[in-house]
Write a protein that binds this ligand. Structure first.
Ligand SMILES: NC(=O)C1=CN([C@@H]2O[C@H](COP(=O)(O)OP(=O)(O)OC[C@H]3O[C@@H](n4cnc5c(N)ncnc54)[C@H](O)[C@@H]3O)[C@@H](O)[C@H]2O)C=CC1
Ligand SMILES: CC(=O)C(=O)O
Ligand SMILES: [Mg+2]
Length: 439
């Protein structure tokens, strides 16, 4: 379990003189605040006001930063502190909106009764017509039981809703898909499977999100077997796709073959087991793992991986280390082996911060903000829906990973999530493989 990051926006006034903002940035940096977006709100003849987003570990750190900025003097001062993240969530982040406008009685009759009745009869006669005359085939249910919300643990589906709304926004923006959050007040596999089966007709696909292990495995397997629309547990396969892509990029740049590298997975829950399986499916010969739960380790061994005795041992013997435990700071700098690739993927806080791992000698390091399943799930579903695929297969997932690698600039591990090309490239690659398997 982790502390949540403390993100605040500081409204800072500095006399309009070059170099003043540098003093502010230095004060923030000295106290290890992480500066995000900087927006200039006002440039006056006498003073400039900026809105600076700062990430801290806690309120005490933020208080010290504010004190340090105010202590610079020369008229530099923090005017206000605002919680932009909370403000961005006021009223929720999504809204169901009509695609057609109703301006006249004629519109009303076309869009609703009596006109709509004819469309209902068309679909009744030929249910396939629902693909054309409704939005079902472009709508994905984002289903959670709230048992593994990020690395925050079992905080329940309602507390997890901001994450689900976030996924819906990403679906919309990156893939033009309508994502509808579905919050389940049960995590019993029988009940989850039954409920999703009863509602599935309204959707073109099912994204399972933040459902904890081990019940997520049974739920996904059963839904995949019993439904004829794509079902994917994002924390398993979306994460595995992005982990494979980033390790491939690192290996290509280091001139080594991923298949011949020793890969160590710390945390073998939903994300960790799927990453391990994906690595082995890709051809990694030595896949080793560790988890505090013996049953999780047994599952890895069943799939062909190896169990390792301790955290120290896995760190000492792996060329590539991937961590998905949800435990902030689990990997200590002294455990890092020079030249290692370290992906500490837990959100909201990593097992080791990338800059700490790099300073300790890692060749490549990244956290879950960078190596994030947002690079995978929108394009994977776009491709699957375009191809009218009934399943998301391993071949489609590997194609998605390779498309991410091909969209990555030299020197980076993965593309920027705001690069629209990456989602399009993933969608195209997945659609191509899906279509080929339908031939
Ligand atoms: N960057 C990304 O795209 C993604 C990141 N994640 C992150 O991965 C983390 C885990 O998520 P899930 O796999 O869904 O959760 P999960 O609850 O299914 O798995 C966590 C696993 O870590 C193990 N674990 C916990 N503490 C440990 C320790 N000290 N040593 C060894 N094993 C330990 C648990 O026993 C469990 O098997 C979360 O923080 C989540 O935010 C998950 C999905 C995507
Ligand atoms: C990114 C994501 O799905 C997670 O951290 O759970
Ligand atoms: Mg998740």
């Amino acid at each position: 379990m982790t502390n949540t990051p403390y993100l605040r926006n500081l409204i800072i006034e500095t006399p309009s003189k070059p170099g003043n903002f540098a003093k502010v940035a230095y004060a923030i940096g000295q106290l290890e605040g992480d500066i995000g977006d900087i927006q200039t709100i006002k440039v006056g003849t006498l003073s400039t006001i900026r809105d600076v987003s700062v990430q801290c570990n806690d309120v005490e750190q933020l208080d010290k930063i504010v004190e340090a900025i105010n202590a610079i003097g020369d008229g530099i001062q923090v005017q206000a502190i605002s919680d932009d993240v909370l403000r961005a969530h006021e009223g929720g982040k999504i809204h169901m909106k009509g695609k057609v406008e109703i301006r006249s009685l004629g519109d009303l009759r076309r869009v609703y009764t009596p006109g709509v009745a004819n469309v209902c009869k068309v679909i009744e006669k030929d249910p396939q017509q629902a693909q054309f005359f409704t939005g079902i085939s472009n709508t994905v249910a984002i289903v959670t039981d709230g048992t593994a919300i990020l690395g925050l643990g079992n905080i329940g589906p309602v507390a997890g809703m901001p994450v689900m709304e976030g996924k819906a926004v990403l679906f919309d923006q990156f893939a033009g898909i309508s994502g509808i959050p579905i919050l389940l007040d049960t995590s019993d596999p029988d009940q989850v499977v039954e409920t999703v089966k009863h509602i599935h007709q309204g959707f073109g696909g099912i994204l399972l999100e933040d459902i904890g292990s081990p019940h997520c495995f049974e739920i996904e397997d059963r839904l995949k077997a019993e439904l004829d629309i794509p079902v994917m547990h994002d924390d398993q396969h979306g994460t595995a796709v992005v982990a494979l892509a980033s390790t491939l990029s690192a290996c290509r740049q280091a001139g080594v073959k991923l298949e011949d590298s020793v890969v160590g997975q710390i945390g073998l829950g939903a994300a960790g087991l799927a990453i391990s399986r994906m690595m082995m499916a890709y051809g990694v010969k030595k896949m080793q793992g560790i988890d505090m739960n013996d049953k999780a380790v047994e599952r890895l061994v069943q799939y062909g991986g190896e169990s390792v005795g301790s955290l120290e041992e896995i760190m000492a013997t792996s060329d590539i280390v991937i961590a998905t435990t949800g435990v902030q700071g689990l990997i200590k700098p002294e455990m890092v082996r020079p030249g290692q690739v370290i992906l500490a993927l837990s959100n909201p806080h990593a097992e080791i911060q990338p800059e700490v791992a790099l300073k300790a000698g890692a060749a490549f390091a990244a956290d879950g903000r960078l190596v994030n399943n947002v690079l995978g799930f929108p394009g994977i579903f776009r491709g699957a829906l375009n191809a009218k695929a009934t399943k998301i297969t391993y071949e489609m997932l590997i194609a998605a990973a390779l498309a991410i690698v091909d969209s990555t600039k030299h020197g980076d591990l993965v593309p920027h999530p705001l690069d629209p090309n990456v989602h399009q490239n993933v969608a195209d690659a997945v659609e191509k493989v899906a279509n080929a398997s339908l031939l």
